[in-house]
Design a protein around this ligand. Structure first.
Ligand code: ATP
Ligand code: ZN
Length: 286
């Protein structure tokens, strides 16, 4: 009857705030004391464990926590076999090969026989092996980008999101070899009760993530343009249509994919839509 699910979340770092944002978006309330190690939610059977991200996969594997939010890179690097239950799509970054600026890089084979510094030896090792390249992997736990300047390595494989740090160290990004974002991992073999709690949590997370991908749009339209508007909006079911006082006009509302938003907006303007109102959606189901 142990329904309480424990979740490991990074204590402080790039994942912390956004991990908690998603949980909050699920309507789960908890205190805001960043110094505590453990904390139980007020209105959902969820216990938080705030730890270093590197430890999250192992804690989940050992049952210290049932689930965790961690970068896919950290998870893959451990080689542990857990379940990835959701890709949460934040903290996106890439693992890239970087070489001294101006090098003549022609793909992974250029790394044959070279020394490559990284904090991700397992991921890099697998990629090099698949490419049939033999290189020496130098494992460093931080400041990978300085290893070339100090003569420890010939190239590096490091996480990049903008590339600024690389440039500051005389390097340039040569090739992205792996992509990562935050994922939710779970321990296989949880009790039925815990699985049920996880299922409830995932349903809420899906609703939050779906809502983030959409905008809600509301506008007035000359009645005879409705068919055109419906085809511009596309997706979902038909838009909701309400009559207006003026018999020639209607009010239309619908959810629209965030990524298509501007093209939809412009096309609607072009068919005479007026008073376009756009709103964020808080939660949504299919
Ligand atoms: P901790 O103190 O918990 O060990 P950390 O310094 O190892 O923290 P962060 O720098 O907070 O970790 O990064 C956590 C995760 O954020 C990374 O594992 C990666 O998945 C993701 N990430 C996104 N962008 C970047 C980036 N530019 N550099 C490094 N990690 C990034
Ligand atoms: Zn870490």
């Amino acid at each position: 009857m142990e329904k309480m699910l424990s979740i490991a979340i990074q204590k402080s770092g790039r994942l912390s705030e956004k991990s908690l944002d998603i949980i909050r978006g699920c309507g789960i309330e908890f205190g805001n004391d960043a110094r505590v190690l453990r904390e139980v939610a007020d209105n959902f059977p969820l216990e938080f464990l705030f730890v270093r991200d590197d430890d999250i996969p192992r804690y989940v594997a050992e049952g210290v926590a049932d689930i965790g939010i961690v970068g896919r890179n950290e998870y893959d690097e451990t080689g542990l076999e857990l379940e990835i239950v959701r890709d949460l799509r934040f903290a996106s970054c890439r693992l890239s090969i970087a070489v001294p600026r101006g090098s003549d890089y022609k793909g992974l084979k250029s790394l044959e026989g070279k020394r490559i510094a990284t904090s991700y030896p397992r991921i890099l090792g697998n990629i090099l092996r698949d490419a049939g390249v033999t290189a020496e992997i130098i494992v460093v736990s931080g400041s990978v980008e300085i290893t070339v300047q100090i003569g420890v390595a010939d190239a590096i494989a490091d996480l990049v999101s903008t590339g600024t740090t690389l440039r500051m160290n005389g390097l340039e990004e040569a090739e992205c070899i792996y992509r990562s974002s935050a994922v939710m991992i779970a321990r296989p073999g949880m009790s039925i009760d815990k699985k049920e709690t996880l299922h409830r949590l995932l349903e809420r997370i899906d609703a939050v993530m779906m809502a983030r991908k959409k905008k809600y749009i509301l506008f007035n339209l000359p009645k005879e343009r409705l068919d055109e508007a419906a085809s511009i909006i596309g997706g979902m079911k038909s838009p909701t249509v309400t009559p207006l006082m003026d018999p020639g006009w209607i009010s239309v509302q619908s959810a629209v994919d965030e990524e298509r938003f501007w093209s939809v907006f412009e096309s609607l303007r072009a068919i005479g839509a007026e008073g376009i109102l756009v709103m964020n959606i808080e939660k949504m189901t299919e």
